[in-house]
Design a protein around this ligand. Structure first.
Ligand code: ADP
Ligand code: ASP
Ligand code: MG
Length: 450
């Protein structure tokens, strides 16, 4: 059994879905479980729908709802044009789903109150709609496909918008549900991203969470491999949007992939690796627009050579400097500081300490008000804005000759605010001015990979 996940651009229109179906068809003997994202840009549109409902902007809400409905109807009509009965069935189902969502959003518009729970419900509709179309098109193309609701398989805690999966429950549920489909089913198709809390409330796994869903399902099924179908040739030496000369990596380790993703490479959701590593399931990152390309294999570290693999970055970060004279030597001080971040669910990326100072970086956009308030009760706190973070990732990176020179020599004119070497020797990160980010990444990328 294999798990195949198709991202937003890989199911973004009727041609893309047809192409995804032919990719699945070539793997039928491997008994694929297919995990689909929402069609590209639809989750963003649903966020806008939620925001306009919250702000009681009913005209804008209606416009966006129409856009959502029309895009899905249009794709279904094109995909199913040779099977009128199926087309009518599917478009009527899309209309039912959109009517249901419209009713919720109108209720929110009246109340003018949007909880995390209602937001999770609204943004889950992208995957509900795409999976409806994808499953119909699979069946219409002659592949017997069962559409299984991911919310029955993926149970989480009640952190609605970035929920933590209940691994034990998932391990029990997924095989049971998958094995209960009709005997003659060739493909089980389900949604990524969406889930349900123990109390049955709607939850999602965070932006880009479909990769994580695929990996959780693969873990529960002891799958042979996980295929992540996306819009680039694999994991590259840098984000191709920033570095045109970025090169495909043939293979990388689980740890390298996790580190790259955690430090900003959007190609995988940062938690995707965790379930796969538990069962040692290889992950292949593949290009649905170029399926002949071998992509990138993410494997156990014993198959991977040492050395730098990729440059990741985060464009908008904050550096929080915490000063206190009673600090480092006082036992429990660091614990107290990091408890504050943890209780307020602000995640810290880099840490560096000195006798009287701790500096940490956090991604901008998180609500840090409470953290600052609580830290200020016993320390002086300064927040630096306008900074960006660059991370060089690679197995045994720090022990490679010349690494520091390759990172720092190209930046001799830039101010470096922080340096942090990952405890695992797999990553070295620096903080620079945001304006210096592009040139710095390019210079470091050239030093390692040109
Ligand atoms: P999907 O919708 O298929 O999940 P994403 O947009 O989430 O696709 O992820 C793929 C994108 O990740 C690529 O188009 C690329 O712009 C970006 N990306 C960032 N860093 C890297 C990297 N190191 N290697 C490959 N792609 C990267
Ligand atoms: N549709 C969700 C998002 O856009 C999940 C995913 O695509 O992985 O974030
Ligand atoms: Mg993604």
């Amino acid at each position: 059994m294999i798990v195949m996940k198709f991202g937003g651009t890989s199911v973004g229109g009727y041609e893309e879905i047809s192409n995804a179906i032919s990719i699945v068809r070539q793997r039928l003997e491997k008994k694929p479980v297919v995990v689909t994202s929402a069609m590209s840009k639809m989750t963003d549109l649903l966020y806008n729908i939620a925001a306009s409902a919250d702000k009681k902007q009913d005209t804008k809400l209606k416009e966006n709802m129409d856009k959502l409905r029309e895009r899905h109807i249009d794709v279904a009509e094109h995909l199913l044009e040779s099977n009128v009965e199926m087309m009518l069935q599917t478009t009527s189902r899309i209309n039912e789903i959109c009517d249901e969502l419209e009713a919720y959003t109108k209720a929110i518009c009246v109340l003018g109150e949007l909880s995390a729970r209602s937001k999770a419900l609204i943004i889950s509709y992208g995957e509900i709609l795409s999976s409806t179309i994808f499953a119909s098109a699979m069946n219409a193309s002659g592949i017997k496909t069962a559409l299984v609701d991911a919310r029955e398989m993926i149970t989480t805690n009640d952190n609605h918008l970035k929920a933590d999966p209940d691994i034990e429950k998932i391990r029990q549920c997924v095989p049971q549900i998958i094995s209960s489909v009709d005997q003659d089913t060739e493909v089980v198709l389900t949604q990524g991203f969406i889930a349900k809390s123990k109390n049955g409330e709607p939850t999602v796994l965070g932006r880009g969470g479909s990769d994580y869903s695929a990996s959780l399902i693969a873990m529960a099924l002891d799958a042979e491999t996980i295929e992540i179908w996306t819009d680039v040739d694999g994991v590259l030496t840098a984000d191709p949007n920033k570095i045109k000369t970025a090169q495909r990596l043939e293979k990388i380790s689980f740890e390298e992939a996790a580190e790259m993703a955690h430090f900003g490479a959007k190609v995988l959701h940062p938690l995707t690796i965790e379930p796969a590593i538990k069962k040692n399931i290889p992950i292949y990152v593949l290009n649905s627009k170029n399926p002949q390309c071998k992509g990138t294999a993410i494997l156990n570290s014993k198959y991977i050579a040492d050395g730098a693999k990729s440059i990741s970055f985060k464009e908008n970060i904050l550096v929080i400097n915490i000063f206190s004279t009673k600090m480092i030597n006082a036992s429990g001080f660091l614990g107290k500081v990091f408890d504050i971040f943890s209780v307020n669910r602000v995640s810290v990326d880099l840490i560096s300490t000195s006798e009287a100072n701790i500096s940490v970086t956090v991604e901008d956009g998180q609500d840090i008000h409470k953290v600052i308030e609580e830290l200020s009760a016993f320390a002086t706190v300064e927040v630096d804005t306008g900074k960006a973070q660059i991370s060089v990732v690679g197995q045994n990176l720090i022990n490679q000759p010349g690494v520091l020179d390759k990172i720092f020599a190209p930046l001799d004119k830039e101010r470096i605010y922080m340096v942090s070497q990952g405890a695992s020797l797999i990553n070295l990160s620096i903080v620079v001015d945001k304006q210096a980010l592009n040139d710095s990444i390019e210079a470091i990328h050239n030093a390692f990979f040109a």
